[in-house]
Write a protein that binds this ligand. Structure first.
Ligand code: ADP
Length: 646
């Protein structure tokens, strides 16, 4: 069908200035991507493909409000080398006049300033891949045309009934014009007047190559001079055995916009018919894209309903802790009219989500079993995200916990172990899974809290991700064994295993009691109590939390998150009854309770416990105390000689 163009009363082209931020993006894009100008074509093809998807969707859902077209959807490239022209045309949704001004004159998405900051940073470092990734994320793709074109015309007619055709023109120099157009078919035709040094993009061989590289799996035929140049097959609908590794790699790069690594670490590809029909193809990426950690942004899954794309990145198909997966889901049973808002309540989508989650976890389990090295690559990149799962997905808690890997006291050379391996290696009598949380693995490994474990060759998981505090809380038990913090409560390991070296003769009970009392008196403002420790074999003192209280590490994290400081819970000072300091303190407290030394040693025992956690509360005070002690011992050492002198 044809549409009469409505001539506007004012046929003079109207001139606009690009919004300021667009100009900045333009120059940034042009300057930072000049080594890779061919990406402009990928951007144009991807916009055209989106436009075709939208058209298909509108025609199925809003048939009254849009113009009917009988034509097959497709993308046509026409090249004119002598005149340095490249024309790309699609019969997709097109744009109304307002849409043209909005879409091609502003950067509609929020977060523009964030974009600039990141972009400037990335460009300075010369990281081209990151720059490309950013452009993909923030949707400044169209402006890439000005890398290769000195002038661009966009002729477009919206598919919406009753709209008039328009022409947008710009030389990428700060302004653009919009005028009435002459297009009669819905769709968009973009003409690039190529710069002299970009003349190659009017050559067939060059353009074919770029299409093959970036756009092979675009779902619509891309014709160059009438000849189809891409595969356009729905890979996910093919039988699994028919899809080659190379095809997966290519498709993975396509749907991840090249930001998730060169090849997937694992592929999940299957179809089911009941209770809900769908085909899914998911990839475990090699690398995390930016923002995966800071925001909830995700590559996500593309949702197709009967091969019509209805959502580019659907966040309801997978739980957030699997947000690093990318891929495609295509279902016969999803209605074309679902919206982001109704998706949450959609029973079909929920059923699909459950299946996808199960299969994804299964695939990760298989990867861990069959290719441990690859699995570790995955874990180092995405483990923190996966750890969110146990607190939110009760149903899959056990499957998730099996996938976790941790540093541990006994794992050598920074190796990581899983919970199953931990349980396998523990002695029969040990009924708990011990862990210690903190910021640094090496520091944790040398914590005095682990002395009793080291003395018995027992293993302790060393948890250093902030999320671990929440993870252990969500997990609580694994295969019947409770997760127990070694920084909490009273610990008695004698029932679990005997120490390698028998403990020294029990210390003088009365002396220990006197020491504990003296310490409680001096330190009552800082600790909740003092007691003789069963944890310590070498160190004199340590601090532990009361069972049920938040750990010191969690408090530190909360304080970092919270503006108003959470007040730290007082902890318990444990002292090693066999240590010389404690023994002497006990003796002193018994014999000379008024001695000023008691205060000094008590303070030092507290300082030492804090120091072993890497914290100095009162540096000036500590220096003073140490000075006094060293002066005293130095005087003693030098005493015989001082006597000689006089
Ligand atoms: P993005 O595609 O990431 O949104 P672009 O700068 O590439 O950013 O495009 C801006 C917008 O212009 C698109 O979102 C789309 O609305 C519109 N657009 C671009 N090309 C076309 C086209 N061929 N047909 C219809 N609309 C288009």
């Amino acid at each position: 069908m044809t549409i009469e163009p409505t001539i506007e009363p004012n046929t003079e082209p109207q001139q606009f200035a690009f919004k300021a931020e667009v100009q900045r993006v333009l120059s940034l894009v042009i300057n930072s991507l000049y080594t890779n100008p061919e990406v402009f074509l990928r951007e144009l093809v991807s916009n055209a493909s989106d436009a075709l998807d939208k058209a298909r969707f509108l025609q199925l859902t809003e048939s009254d409000a849009v113009v009917r077209t009988e034509e097959e959807p497709g993308i046509d490239l026409t090249l004119d080398a002598p005149n340095r022209l490249l024309v790309i045309e699609d019969n997709g949704v097109g744009m109304t006049r307002d849409e043209v001004v909005e879409n091609l004159g502003t950067i509609a998405r929020s977060g523009t300033s964030e974009f600039f900051e990141k972009f400037a940073e990335v460009s300075k470092g010369g990281d081209k891949d990151r720059a490309l990734e950013l452009i993909g994320q923030f949707g400044v793709g169209f402006y890439a045309v000005f890398m290769v074109a000195e002038r661009v015309e966009v002729e477009t007619l919206s598919l919406k009934a009753g709209e008039a055709p328009v022409v947008w023109r710009s030389a990428g120099d700060g302004s653009f014009t919009v005028a009435a157009g002459e297009r009669t078919k819905p769709g968009t035709r973009i003409t690039l007047h190529l710069k002299e040094d970009s003349a190659e993009f009017a050559e067939e061989w060059r353009v074919e190559h770029v299409i093959e590289k970036y756009s092979n799996f675009v779902m619509f035929p891309i014709r160059i001079g009438g000849k189809v140049a891409n595969h356009s097959s729905a890979l996910w609908r093919m039988p699994r055995a028919k899809v080659t590794h190379e095809q997966h790699v290519e498709f993975f790069k396509l749907i991840s916009n090249g930001v998730a690594g060169d090849a997937p670490l694992a592929t999940v590809h299957w179809s089911v018919d009941a209770p809900v029909q769908f085909s899914a193809l998911m990839y475990v990426p090699e690398k995390a894209s930016m923002n995966l950690f800071t925001s909830r942004e995700r590559l996500g899954l593309r949702l197709y309903a009967r091969r019509v794309l209805i959502m580019e990145s659907c966040d309801k198909l997978l739980p957030t802790y699997l947000r690093f997966l990318c891929g495609v889901v295509d279902s016969e049973d999803v209605s074309l009219n679902v919206s982001r808002e109704t998706l949450q309540e959609n029973i079909t989508v929920r059923a699909i989500e459950q299946q996808l989650t199960k299969q994804a976890l299964k695939a990760l389990e298989a990867l861990a079993a069959e290719e441990p090295a690859k699995y570790l690559t995955f874990w180092k990149e995405f483990g923190v995200i996966l750890k969110e799962g146990v607190s939110t997905d009760f149903r899959n808690k056990d499957a998730l916990a099996k996938l976790y890997r941790f540093q541990s006291l006994r794992a050598v050379g920074g190796a990581l172990i899983g919970l199953e391996a931990y349980l396998k290696a523990k002695p029969e009598a040990q009924k708990a899974i011990y862990f210690l949380t903190g910021t640094d693995g090496a520091q944790l490994a040398s914590s005095p809290l682990l002395e009793a474990f080291r003395a018995r060759d027992l293993d302790v998981l060393l948890l250093t991700d902030p999320i671990d505090e929440w993870m252990v809380n969500g997990l609580r038990t694994f295969e019947g064994c409770e997760l127990v913090s070694v920084a909490h409560g009273e610990l008695d390991l004698d029932a679990v295993a005997a120490p390698k070296q028998a403990a020294e003769a029990p210390a003088d009970e009365d002396g220990v009691k006197a020491a504990v009392e003296a310490l409680e008196k001096v330190l009552s403002d800082r600790v909740q109590g003092v007691r003789a420790s069963r944890r310590l074999t070498e160190t004199a003192s340590c601090l532990v939390s009361r069972a049920g209280d938040p750990s010191a590490n969690l408090e530190r994290l909360m304080q970092a998150f919270d503006e108003d400081k959470v007040e730290a819970k007082k902890r318990i000072l444990e002292v090693n009854p066999n240590h010389a300091i404690v023994r002497s303190l006990g003796l002193l407290a018994q014999r000379d309770p008024q001695s000023s030394r008691i205060q000094l040693y008590a303070e030092m025992l507290y300082d030492l416990a804090r120091l072993s956690e890497g914290v100095v509360d009162d540096p000036a005070g500590l220096v003073r105390r140490l000075q006094d002690l060293i002066a005293e011992s130095a005087q003693q050492a030098a005493a015989p000689f001082a006597a000689q002198k006089t």
